[in-house]
Design a protein around this ligand. Structure first.
Ligand code: NCD
Length: 321
């Protein structure tokens, strides 16, 4: 479909490219269905919501959890998948096939396409190429990762029962991290949110993103030391430094593991009723002795919510709910 439209209360046949397509009421609709998906996933009886539907997972960039989460989500609902990882190495794409042709081919075989690609804007290009099936962006370069943003918003909502008047800390590679870009867009839809952005100077949000987000009314405060973490934050959202986006290994080595969550850091700056989130994979920026802290949700609700939100989103975009 040509333009990625606002959801505007109707998910059917919409491409999902950006958090910008959602309104607070669309998010509530999605969350309502997501909650039900949690029950369906635990049910021993198989669901038939996606029976007869085939979804293509087309992942040009490495992925295990997002890929697995989509695959499980579709199967939980009785749908089937065509799963393609690294088509640039293993398929006609390696022979020089264009993205447009690839999309048209898999559009003929399936009812929806989930795409991940290293270049910004590829999900939109896929949506432009597809004539009739919805395209879901599973990460386009450093721009967005909407399903991760949605599951993160859901995880916060589930805990605090609201998405306004929140204080959060976003840490790590804010320049290249697409999950944080989607999360900020989502939190900007609500009033009264303040985000403390903790990153090495060279990995701050691009000035263009920073100014664009500020215009939406969210309060963004850039900090460069753990000492400036506010003690009343409801959530911390830690991320890895995006090694693959660096030009040289040396540049990466200079900034890796600048900010590490340890039990001691939590003790000093985190309140008892907060949650510690991470989109995963983590590569040392949260020490494993933090995992048993009940506030650490990254290997608990956050990861499960990823499957539930994808179940709901795919069923809605395919018009099955
Ligand atoms: C994220 C991604 O791919 O952007 N991971 C994910 O989807 N689970 C975060 C990351 O790679 O750091």
């Amino acid at each position: 479909m040509a333009i990625s439209h606002k959801i505007n209360g109707n998910f059917k046949h919409k491409d999902i490219i950006s958090l910008d397509q959602f309104s607070p009421s669309d998010l509530l609709t999605l969350f309502r269905h997501t909650k039900k998906m949690g029950v369906i996933a635990k049910n021993a009886k198989p669901s038939k919501i996606l029976a007869g539907s085939i979804i293509t997972l087309l992942f040009y960039e490495p992925s295990s959890r997002t890929f697995g989460s989509f695959s499980a989500a579709i199967k939980q609902l009785g749908g089937q998948t065509i799963e393609i990882q690294n088509p640039q190495e293993f398929s006609s794409v390696s022979k020089g096939e264009t993205l447009e042709d690839t999309i048209r081919v898999f559009e003929a075989y399936s009812d929806g396409i989930v795409i991940r690609h290293a270049s910004m804007g590829t999900a939109q290009a896929a949506a432009d190429a597809a004539e009739s099936v919805p395209i879901i962006n599973a990460g386009d370069g450093i721009r967005e990762h909407p399903t991760q943003g949605l599951l993160d918003l859901y995880t916060i909502y589930e805990k605090f029962k609201r998405l306004n008047n929140l204080t959060g800390v976003l840490a790590g590679d804010l320049l290249n991290g697409r999950t944080t870009h989607s999360l900020i867009r989502g939190l900007s839809l609500y009033k009264g949110n303040t985000l403390y952005l903790l990153s090495p100077k060279s990995l701050r949000l691009s000035r263009q993103d920073f100014n664009d987000f500020l215009k939406r009314g969210i309060t963004l405060i850039e900090i460069d030391s753990e000492k400036n973490i506010p003690k009343d934050a409801q959530f911390w959202y830690w991320t890895r430094i995006q090694k693959e986006r660096f030009k040289t290994k040396e540049e990466y080595e200079k900034v890796k593991n600048t900010f590490i969550v340890t039990p001691d850091l939590l003790k000093k700056y985190a309140q008892t009723n907060m949650i510690l989130m991470h989109p995963l994979p983590r590569v040392g920026e949260i020490t494993t002795d933090v995992d048993s802290d009940p506030r650490a949700v990254y290997l608990r609700s956050e990861i499960r919510n990823g499957m539930y939100i994808r179940m709901a989103l795919i069923a809605l975009t395919l018009g099955k709910l």
